[in-house]
Design a protein around this ligand. Structure first.
Ligand SMILES: [Zn+2]
Length: 473
């Protein structure tokens, strides 16, 4: 029972009453505090605050968001979404409004994930086939763990195996995030490449045929284990050369046994076709995963938000020896078009920075909306209509990284950067031509960007320059 004090104003009384709107008010109140903080660091937020507040109120009316959602990076994503929603209000009832509103709601559902009243409605679109539960996962990983090899790899790390990447990230004994390692008794033809027996390495007393026979048995047993492992985890796809996951709440780097054999015993165990270059690429895969275990610039592991920045971070600190060609092209085009250098920004921060820091950097360089679009756009290989339908439909709307480049280009032209962009493309095109040993190199660069990395907008800007410079391709 509430005792009414006649001397108190009604508004003071209301604060004591647990009303159904209490949760909503808590959310908006905390959001307002986050706006106070962000306004100090991102002038655009200060300038557009009334629009953001209006948009957030409308979104929250629909979603019933939990105040728990409002850590700093999630808040920045929501501010950008709210600004976007606040801005389209005037265009109500047009087709464009309907499409844009659906996009904003889909993106909000992904950002909010479990912390909204609409979670149940979106759950199947966020993750249609959740994998094994925590306990089951831990059991499966235990079952396939090779303890001996895991101990050996840990010793190698203690003896300096990862010191290069640690130095680059600024890791020392005090700031290294806890992580675990697991070497698994799994494999497939691809991760075992380099271990096949070759004639030249025939040891005394063992015939080549015997070696091949033994190798096939070894390969089959690891491959069968790999199939069983994937099956028990309810996961699809090939066995990767390394990956990072969370087991019992601990970030854990996983390597299949054949990869560890190549890393630690390549002199004795690898065939003549396995080159120094192959070795440094295998090592870079491990280093890439180590980077994922130390800090992060993505928002959330389950939804893949911010993953483009996170993959770029992992590649930048591990020598850029592997995939994500689309992300690297984007990084280059962003520098050339928008004078924004994510890679240098990462290098200047311990562990490459934070998700909040990267979002702020981008918001101040390319604006809140482009920072949001970057954070909602994953690399191409993450786009899977079956496994992540909501992320997929958001990206259909945004046109992926290529769509983002085209909007950045329009922004830059409007801001009077045409001449600077032309200069940059001229400079880079000349550099590419100069460093090409054959004319095919230029053509390869162009067609990789266009067809493999699916960045036709940037590729077209290069093509025009190559043509103007008389390069044949
Ligand atoms: Zn990665």
């Amino acid at each position: 029972m509430l005792r009414i004090d006649k001397n108190k104003k009604m508004s003071e009384e209301f604060e004591l009453l647990p009303s159904p709107e209490a949760k909503e008010n808590d959310f908006l109140k905390k959001f307002s505090e986050r706006l106070d903080e962000a306004s100090l660091e991102i002038p655009e937020i200060e300038k557009t605050r009334p629009i953001i507040e209006r948009g957030m109120k409308l979104i929250d009316d629909e979603f019933g968001l939990s105040p728990e959602l409002l850590d700093k990076p999630h808040s920045l994503y929501l501010m950008a979404l709210a600004q976007r929603y606040g801005c389209i209000e005037e265009t109500k009832n047009t087709d464009a409004y309907i499409v844009e509103k659906e996009f904003i709601f889909d993106a909000t559902a992904l950002v909010a994930n479990k912390k909204s009243n609409l979670y149940e409605k979106y759950a199947k679109l966020i993750d249609p086939e959740p994998g094994a539960g925590e306990e089951e996962r831990s059991f499966v990983y235990d079952k396939f763990t090779n303890i001996e090899a895991t101990v050996e790899l840990n010793e190698a790390i203690n003896n300096g195996f990862l010191d290069d990447v640690k130095r680059q990230l600024g890791i020392n004994a005090d700031n290294e995030d806890p992580y675990e390692l697991r070497v698994l008794n799994v494999g497939d033809v691809s991760v075992m490449r380099g271990l096949e027996p070759s004639d030249e390495s025939e040891p005394k007393g063992v015939s080549y045929d015997d070696q091949v026979q033994k190798y096939i048995e070894y390969q089959n047993s690891l491959t069968n284990n790999g199939v069983q492992f994937k099956d028990e985890l309810h996961s699809k796809g090939d066995i990767a050369a390394a990956w990072t996951t969370t087991i019992n709440g601990v970030r854990t780097i996983i390597l299949p046994l054949p990869v560890v054999v190549k890393l630690l015993h390549h002199n004795e165990k690898c065939n003549v076709d396995y080159t120094e270059n192959d070795y440094s690429k295998d090592k870079a895969i491990f280093e890439h995963e180590y980077v994922h275990s130390q800090g992060h610039v993505d928002l959330d592991k389950d939804t893949f938000l911010g993953i483009t920045g996170e993959e770029l971070r992992a590649e930048n600190f591990s020598g850029r020896k592997h995939g994500y060609g689309d992300v690297k092209d984007f990084d280059l085009l962003l520098q050339m078009i928008s004078a924004t250098d994510i890679s240098s920004e990462m290098k200047s921060n311990e562990k490459g920075g934070t998700s909040e820091g990267l979002f702020k950097y981008l918001a101040n360089k390319i604006g809140l909306q482009r920072a949001l679009e970057f954070s909602l756009t994953p690399p191409n290989e993450y786009l899977d209509k079956e496994q992540a339908p909501l992320l997929f439909s958001i990206n259909k709307h945004l046109g992926g990284l290529d769509g983002l480049v085209s909007r950045l280009y329009d922004d830059a032209v409007k801001a009077g950067r045409s001449e600077a962009i032309d200069y940059n493309f001229d400079f880079m095109a000349k550099l590419k031509i100069k460093s090409s040993s054959t004319k095919n190199d230029v053509s390869f660069f162009y067609s990789t960007m266009k067809n493999i990395n699916k960045m036709p907008f940037g590729a077209e800007l290069f093509r025009k320059k190559f043509e103007a410079l008389g390069a044949r391709y």
